[in-house]
Design a protein around this ligand. Structure first.
Ligand code: FEO
Length: 170
């Protein structure tokens, strides 16, 4: 009975392949945030480090959400290989610029999967990804708001300390 259920996946193969690629992307995002947390931790940007540790955990949750969804639909979720992660940043601002750029890439990728699901009338996948669309809007806004602080407060040592103190880990 279980085999029959697995043969009749409730999502399309194209969606499953794209979701597996997204699982890997979320896994990479988690690893990347962990590298950013380490960079911030080592330089005494304690609030930023806390923020990045939390982002890393959230990206893993995103990965697991998709992973479970694929299997719950009778598909085959693939545990992702994470290759080398960049640990090299020239400034706190570059850390957050990289974070925003990463989030924009994730948003584009989610949008591509939704567009394909719509085209294939894969309504379950389209519906499942609505949460991610909202989440991405919030994450991009958070990063943009933080980057605005550099424009407002400047980039000297004291400004960077004050910016770090304003980074929320809630
Ligand atoms: Fe799950 Fe922010 O990408």
């Amino acid at each position: 009975m279980k085999d029959i259920a697995r043969q009749q996946m409730s999502i399309k193969v194209e969606s499953m392949d794209m979701l597996n690629a997204q699982i890997q992307m979320e896994g990479r995002a988690s690893a990347s945030y962990l590298a950013m947390a380490s960079w911030c931790d080592q330089r005494g940007y304690n609030q930023s480090a806390g923020f990045m540790y939390k982002q890393a955990a959230e990206e893993r949750e995103h990965m697991m959400k998709i992973f479970k969804f694929v299997n719950d639909c009778g598909g085959n979720a693939i545990s992702p290989a994470i290759e080398s992660t960049n640990h090299d940043f020239s400034s706190l601002e570059e850390v957050f610029e990289t974070a925003l750029s990463q989030e924009i890439d994730v948003t584009k990728s989610i949008n591509r999967i939704v567009a394909a699901a719509k085209k294939n009338s894969d309504f379950g996948v389209e519906n499942f990804l609505q949460w991610f669309i909202t989440e991405q809007l919030e994450e991009e806004k958070t990063m943009r708001d933080i980057l605005d602080l550099f424009e407002i407060m400047g980039r000297d040592g004291i400004a960077l300390k004050l910016i770090d103190e304003r980074i929320s880990v809630e």
